[in-house]
Design a protein around this ligand. Structure first.
Ligand SMILES: C[S@@+](CC[C@H](N)C(=O)[O-])C[C@H]1O[C@@H](n2cnc3c(N)ncnc32)[C@H](O)[C@@H]1O
Length: 303
């Protein structure tokens, strides 16, 4: 019976959440995590899966749109551009860019099939499927020809990539000379002095890295991020921390709008409420949030 099937699905989902949240030895991979999270985005009007950019935002939807706008502007996205969006989630940012910045084409890559299916449906319903081409595939092995796109972007997802460095090499390969790479990304903070501060930092990074399947190879701070981009050949590199415009305002917003947590699975609400008992500096002490931009020079040093 369909009801029994729905019950079974809901039970399986709850068991997956229990395993993910409370079993320290769980080994869910990235697609399994996002399959489990499904479409339960905490935003009200869209299905964004990011923490948002908060200088002017007054709610989660606005903050997510602000982050997408920032990434699109930093990429200098414009009509005529071929854009590659890696880790597109449910493609909200692609829909936004198609409607506002109007690049000629956006190709999306995502390794979570369930998201690809939902996102394709949403894009088709808006009549944007000629402009937005969503594909199942990995940012670390792009099914694209060399020098075929003008912009590569990855919004709050490169920390997942196995590895981020391999993604940088692939981005370099598919970008045309003069093309631009932009990431909004989560990395560890430089280690502070003092045992208790260091322990807090380790706990904060370790929890995020463990729960969100972040490869240990991706755990490096801003100077190394910069150096890895430079090693691939990128120039005009900037790796700026925007953490003050992300974590603390998000934390404050959630603490003041607890009913929003009802949009999350009941098993996620409890740890979410728990983190709100602490201040943002403790919860996010180990996490930096960076906006990185880099350019593939017109005359490549490898040619
Ligand atoms: C935190 S979500 C961000 C989604 C979206 N960019 C947003 O801001 O709402 C991370 C996304 O990265 C995708 N992802 C993780 N590893 C990937 C990989 N190697 N290649 C492509 N997508 C990947 C996940 O499936 C998920 O859609």
């Amino acid at each position: 019976m369909p009801e029994q099937t729905a019950d079974k699905r809901s039970l399986r989902r709850s068991l997956n959440y229990l395993n993910w949240l409370y079993n320290p030895f769980q080994t869910l991979d990235v697609p399994a995590i996002y399959d489990m999270l499904s479409t339960s985005s905490p935003t009200e009007h869209a299905l964004y899966l990011n923490l948002g950019y908060w200088p002017e935002a007054t709610d989660l939807d606005q903050a997510s749109v602000a982050l997408a706008t920032l990434v699109g502007e930093q990429a200098d996205m414009q009509p005529g551009d071929q854009v590659l969006d890696c880790g597109f989630g449910f493609a909200d940012q692609d829909i936004l860019w198609a409607q506002t910045l109007k690049p000629e084409r956006i190709i999306g890559l995502n390794i979570t099939r369930s998201q690809v299916n939902v996102a394709r449906r949403r894009v088709a319903e808006l009549g944007l499927d000629q402009q937005i081409d969503l594909r199942y595939g990995s940012a670390t092995d792009m099914p694209l020809a060399n020098e075929s796109v003008d912009k590569v972007v990855a919004m709050e997802c490169a920390f997942h990539f196995n590895t981020r460095e391999q993604f940088f090499r692939e981005a370099w390969r598919v970008l045309r000379p003069g093309g631009r790479l932009v990431t909004a990304d989560i990395i560890p903070m430089p280690t502070v002095s003092g045992l208790s501060g260091r322990l807090k930092q380790r706990l904060s990074w370790g929890l995020v890295a463990g729960k969100f399947a972040v490869p240990s190879e991706n755990a490096y701070t801003r100077p190394t991020y910069h150096a890895k981009l430079a090693m691939v050949g990128f120039t005009s590199i900037r790796v700026d921390s925007i953490r003050d415009q992300v974590y603390a305002p998000l934390h404050q917003f959630l603490a003041q709008h607890l009913p929003i947590l009802r949009r999350l699975h009941p098993l996620v609400r409890l740890p979410a409420r728990f983190t709100l008992l602490f201040d943002a500096a403790s919860v996010y002490g180990g996490l930096d949030y960076v906006l990185a931009t880099a350019v593939k020079p017109k005359i490549s040093s490898s040619s």
